[in-house]
Design a protein around this ligand. Structure first.
Ligand code: ADP
Length: 549
């Protein structure tokens, strides 16, 4: 169909859609009326014949009734199939006229107009085709009877031909309108589906907006480049003290700091980009901004599935919690610090008394116990201060970690023998690193004493120092009680002890690994743990390598 034709069809559809039922029926009726008028005007003699007049008059009356009915009845309020009475009346009128005189027989062909109407509009296809075929036969019934009565069946040919022709027209019309109806029904169903989807998505959108505004967590949705596409009220409140443009903080260089409130992290925008690239952030605590307005945020992110990608990043304000934890650490630090001076005084005085020759051996034994206990308490106080302030001084120098490993293994040998543990050491070559030998030694001591302590049934502890992929690794492997997987990462937390360690009477406070891990990080390395409950654990210290001095 050309564009011009399409435009005409569109205009006609629009007209029909806006026209009322009465106008539509009048339009259907128009071709029959015009055709009858044209025939009447073309051969006035044929209907002016006095013999034909009664049937012609009857035909005009029926046609008139059909026209008046088409124009006057309130079709909008009547059953829609009732309208087919109009083409049926047309057929009756045409039949009467056709039989009025021999000259008017050709008028039967005009039945094509009402037949098209019936074929296009009747609900039942079977009835439509039946009417299309029988109506011309009924209209030409006198000719048919005459033909058969006179024994000239050939005279019936034109009637049968007309019936077959109109049936064929009806079939074609029916096929075309059925396709159209199906298309229209499909379109209507599609439109309804779309409307339903639109309503659903609008209500989901409203629900989402309400949830976003109701939660006390700052939420920002970013596209695949990390550009915020949606933020909630809480997020805008969190960033507002820092003059961040709420809608698009793309260029915002809003500074974030690590848990210690000092170490700078990548700015906020880069954290958003991390999330946009699909990295999953799980409750990382960061400080947003500096000074009294700064807020501690627990950041989590999840990537958005789908072709457009992006991510949703949630910022929970944990400032109160972080401040409380900081207050607790401050309290522990102060108390532990205050313990150290009196303990040092106690130890100094016990030392002095122990130096005395005249001391009775019983008193000496008691003082030895007091000295060891005081030393233990001093160690604990020192660990508490170190762990709560992260203030262990680190003095980096060019050091052979291999030598430190061997020395610490020798120092631990007596304890291992006493615990029934076999200690194996494997360090082949010097392992040069920029490290603080004292602190690295402290870490190895802690790992070794743990490996021995948590092997209550004896077994083997292997200490291995090696160079691997540009890193120095010190591995402490034991065949002791092991650590269940759900507790493995937590052993590096301050004061954390596994449930089994707490149940058994093995002494400890859960500070050694926290301090060791912090020392390893300060060296630019790390401390990792692998373990199988009941089979043993492996703690691996990694330090960046440095060439020989
Ligand atoms: P402490 O040994 O004083 O309790 P640590 O910080 O050194 O403190 O260790 C924390 C916890 O980790 C221990 O309480 C223990 O539950 C667990 N742990 C450490 N090393 C081992 C090990 N080699 N085998 C089994 N559990 C261990």
């Amino acid at each position: 169909m050309s564009t011009g034709e399409q435009a005409i069809v569109r205009r006609a559809r629009r007209y029909l859609a806006h026209a009322g039922a009465r106008s539509r029926i009048a339009l259907w009726q128009l071709p029959t009326i015009i055709a009858v008028l044209l025939v009447a005007l073309a051969s006035p003699a044929s209907w002016a014949d006095p013999a034909a007049r009664p049937l012609v008059v009857a035909s005009i009356v029926v046609l008139g009734v059909a026209c008046v009915g088409a124009l006057a009845l309130p079709w909008d309020r009547l059953p829609d199939q009732l309208v087919l009475a109009v083409p049926v009346l047309d057929l009756v009128a045409l039949g009467l006229m056709r039989n009025a005189s021999a000259a008017l027989q050709g008028i039967a062909a005009l039945a094509i107009f009402p037949i098209i109407w019936i074929a296009a509009s009747m609900r039942s296809a079977l009835w439509a085709l039946l009417v299309s075929f029988t109506a011309p036969l009924v209209m030409t019934l006198p000719s048919l009877i005459q033909a058969f009565a006179h024994g000239t069946p050939a005279g019936a040919n034109s009637s049968i031909f007309l019936a077959v022709l109109l049936l064929a027209v009806a079939v074609a019309i029916r096929a075309a309108t059925t396709g159209l109806h199906l298309q229209e029904r499909e379109l209507r169903a599609q439109r309804a589906r779309l409307r339903r989807l639109l309503l659903e998505s609008q209500s989901t959108e409203r629900l989402l907006a309400a949830i976003l505004e109701a939660v006390s967590v700052g939420i920002v949705a970013v596209d695949s480049y990390g550009t915020p596409v949606r933020t909630n009220r809480r997020f805008r409140e969190l960033v507002s003290p820092f003059d961040l443009p709420a809608a698009a903080p793309v260029d915002a260089d809003l500074q974030l700091y690590a848990r210690d409130h000092r170490t700078p992290l990548a700015p906020l925008q880069q954290q958003l980009e991390r999330a946009a690239q699909g990295e999953r952030i799980d409750g990382e605590v960061m400080w947003l901004g500096e000074g009294s307005d700064s807020a501690a945020l627990s950041v989590s992110s999840r990537a958005v599935d789908g072709p457009r990608g992006g991510a949703v990043v949630a910022f929970a304000d944990v400032t109160a919690l972080a401040n409380a934890a900081e207050d607790k650490a401050e309290l522990v630090r102060t108390v532990a610090h205050e313990f150290r001076s009196p303990l040092t005084a106690v130890l100094g005085n016990v030392d002095l008394v122990l130096e005395s020759e005249s001391l009775a051996s019983d008193d000496r034994l008691r003082l030895d116990v007091a000295q060891r206990s005081a030393e233990r308490l001093l160690e604990l106080a020192t660990d508490l201060v170190a762990s709560s302030s992260h203030s262990v001084p680190i003095r980096l120098e060019h050091a052979d970690v291999g030598a430190v490993v061997s020395a610490r293994a020798e120092a631990a040998r007596l304890t291992a023998v006493a615990a029934g543990v076999q200690l194996a050491v494997e360090v082949g070559e010097p392992l040069w690193a920029r490290a603080d030998p004292l602190r690295v030694g402290q870490v190895i001591d802690n790992l070794l004493s743990n490996a021995i302590k948590y092997s209550p049934d004896g077994g083997t502890v292997t200490l291995r120092g090696a160079l691997k992929d540009g890193w120095i690794t010190v591995e402490v492997r034991d065949s002791g009680m092991g650590i269940p997987s759900h507790e493995r990462q937590r052993v590096f937390e301050r004061f954390f002890r596994t449930s089994q360690a707490r149940r058994s009477d093995i002494p400890g406070v859960g500070l050694g690994l926290a301090i060791s891990s912090w020392i390893a990080e300060r060296h630019g390395g790390g401390l990792a743990c692998e373990s199988q409950p009941g089979r043993g654990s492996v703690f691996t210290l990694t330090l960046p390598v440095a060439g020989p001095a």
